[in-house]
Ligand binder design. Structure first.
Ligand SMILES: CC(C)(COP(=O)(O)OP(=O)(O)OC[C@H]1O[C@@H](n2cnc3c(N)ncnc32)[C@H](O)[C@@H]1OP(=O)(O)O)[C@@H](O)C(=O)NCCC(=O)NCCS
Length: 181
């Protein structure tokens, strides 16, 4: 099976794939966002657009950016094309996002998570951060990933599986930490 890679979508072609996958999933498939999911963050040159690929195919996306609160990053627009789900693409995209924010010195990453995906995020170390709130008219669970804490554990060489609740048998539980070092 071909390896799944994640990278920053900086070329026009990669950016186009990123936007098309988002549109396909959030506008056409889920219909949670009407007409277009493009917003002001997409025009911000500091925003990081990410794609995941397998072989020559681009099959998933995520987006992240620094908020105006010191040390606080936000991740959103996590999407894997329907035919490629349950193949660890989503996990790789989230790990790429948190690693990128951690390397940039972030302390925490926030996300509004669709309720059906809360377990997915819990399993990779995200915590609830308050009650569900409406986002695009649909209830989402605010969740948080503690980047600084993960970085501290890496630097201290402390085993992290239990702390971050990364199940040991899953896809290279320590991969997140390796990429952060
Ligand atoms: C949510 C999403 C990104 C997950 O991506 P994915 O590539 O399917 O997830 P992965 O394969 O990396 O998941 C890893 C594990 O989590 C599980 N998982 C995936 N989605 C899950 C969910 N919603 N709830 C619980 N477990 C989930 C997978 O089955 C897999 O477990 P396994 O290894 O025991 O089989 C994908 O389903 C998607 O794009 N959904 C539509 C868009 C969306 O909802 N985006 C997120 C908005 S918050």
């Amino acid at each position: 099976m071909e390896r799944i890679e994640c990278w920053r979508a900086v070329t026009p072609e990669a950016r186009s794939w990123h936007m098309r996958i988002r549109h396909r999933v959030f506008v056409e498939e889920q219909r949670v966002i009407p007409l277009t999911d493009v917003d002001d963050w997409d025009a911000d040159p500091e925003t990081i657009h990410v794609v995941a690929g397998r072989g020559s195919e681009v099959i998933g996306t995520v987006r992240l950016y620094r908020t105006d609160q010191a040390g606080r990053w936000k991740g959103d627009r996590l999407a894997v094309l329907p035919g490629y789900r349950a193949g660890i693409v989503g996990i790789k995209l989230v790990r790429f996002a948190v690693s990128t924010a951690a390397e940039a010195g972030g302390d925490v990453m926030d996300a509004f998570v669709q309720l059906q995906n809360v377990v997915f995020f819990e399993r990779i170390g995200w915590e609830h951060n308050g009650p569900p709130v409406p986002y695009y008219g649909l209830l989402h669970q605010p969740m948080i990933f503690r980047l600084a804490e993960a970085r501290r554990l890496v630097e201290a060489d402390i085993p992290v599986d239990a702390h971050l609740r990364l199940p040991a048998a899953r896809d290279e539980p320590s991969a997140l930490l390796v990429t952060m070092s």
